[in-house]
Design a protein around this ligand. Structure first.
Ligand code: P1T
Length: 380
């Protein structure tokens, strides 16, 4: 089955009882058992729910994985990977450019649980190799990264992980499986905030995992049931509904991102544009190789720093100043005080998240309206 067809059909056969072409919302917490020890495959909705299962099967198919798991949020999915697979004293190497909430989870939660965590240059596989220790169990990478859109070499990290008997987890939230399927490049675990492009309409919080191997799946599935951060059936259904249009939306997001990145590249008020689709982006060749497109996220640096940013955000009319990304509407974000505020200022600046950095999520509106909005807002 081709990708666009999987979006509509994977995990979503017509309902056996009624023929409903959409998976019903099984809004139930529990299931009748016919006798002691005789259930019909479902016992309690924390453990399993048919609507959630459809979503889990769907993400597995989209990511070329065998197994899928759904969670109440992206961070709940991340927690299940670390909580289900690692124990005190284990070491994680993570890329240094990543969502601020992921950094906070690593630093403020899992470090207290006894995990060792260190960071490597997201752009440089040699830096990951150097950071490996005898007790390294997991490599963690976002690519493209949030918010600087750096590209990490998935094949190279997969090789490093394999040599060291560690697992490679890739956060594929920005690319989505439409543009990138890391398991095909050697990754073991795919992480998604389905709050973003997969859901696609800024109306549901969710997280998904796609997993290659049975043993890894079973450990994380055990954690999912034991810890319990599952999505309700309604949220699972909304996410499935969003996924159906992923291919048409991602093309539109990307077209608009190219228009926006092109406009910003020539602008006097802008000192730097981060978009992997631009030939000037240092990760462009690698992105062209390991991705099928470049996505809908664009970041840029304002020459005028925070004061310019304040004026810029105030003048926007089509872009909305808000956290999150990947919805049909265009959003603009100020990472330093919003999505990456959890990273201490010194660390943030070292990583390139400056007071002039703006992150845009190009929606699927008309590109002329987006460019005109930016043009107006950049007149200081
Ligand atoms: O918000 P949640 O569904 O828990 O997902 C967390 C998460 C994980 N991974 C990446 C790459 C993310 O971007 C996020 C959430 N990010 C934002 C809310 C944001 O505006 O960047």
């Amino acid at each position: 089955m081709e990708f666009e067809t999987k979006l509509i059909h994977a995990g979503q056969a017509a309902d056996r009882q009624t023929g409903s072409v959409n998976i019903p919302i099984y809004q139930t917490s529990t299931y009748k058992q016919d006798a002691i020890g005789k259930d019909r495959g479902w016992e309690y909705s924390r453990t399993g729910n048919p609507t959630r299962k459809a979503l889990e099967d769907c993400i597995a198919a989209l990511e070329s994985a065998k197994y899928g798991l759904a969670f109440a949020s992206g961070l709940a999915a991340e927690t299940a990977v670390l909580g289900g697979l690692l124990k005190k004293g284990d070491h994680v190497v993570a890329g240094d450019d990543l969502y601020g909430g992921t950094y906070r989870l690593f630093e403020k939660v899992f470090r207290n649980w006894g995990l060792e965590i260190s960071y490597a240059d997201s752009k440089n596989p040699a830096s990951f190799k150097k950071a490996m220790r005898r007790n390294t169990r997991l490599i963690w990478a976002e690519t493209p990264t949030n918010p600087l859109l750096s590209i990490t070499d998935i094949r190279a990290l997969a090789e490093i992980a394999k040599k060291n008997k560690a697992l490679l987890a890739v956060d594929n939230t920005f690319a989505t499986p439409y543009f990138q399927r890391p398991i095909e490049l050697g990754a073991d675990i795919i992480v998604h905030s389905s709050t973003k492009y997969l859901g696609g309409h800024s109306d549901v919080i969710g997280g998904l995992l796609a997993i290659k191997d049975k043993g890894v799946f079973e450990a994380v599935k055990f954690y999912q049931n034991a810890a319990g951060a599952v999505p309700g059936p309604w949220d699972a259904w909304l996410t499935l509904r969003g996924i159906k249009t992923l291919s048409v939306r991602m093309k539109a997001h990307e077209n608009n991102a190219f228009a926006v990145a092109g406009f910003l590249s020539g602008h006097d008020a802008v000192s730097k544009v981060y978009y992997p689709g631009l030939e000037t982006h240092p990760g462009h060749a690698l992105a062209s190789d390991q991705m099928d497109g470049f996505g809908g996220m664009v970041s840029f640096e304002l020459k005028g720093g925070r004061r310019a940013a304040e004026s810029f955000f105030k003048k926007l009319k089509v872009f909305t100043l808000a956290e999150s990304l990947g919805g049909v509407e265009s959003l603009a974000c100020y990472p330093a005080t919003m999505t990456h505020a959890a990273i201490p200022e010194r660390e943030r600046l070292k990583r390139g998240i400056t007071s002039g950095l703006v992150r845009l999520s190009a929606g699927i509106e008309n590109s002329d309206d987006l460019v005109q909005d930016l043009d107006r807002a950049l007149k200081f």
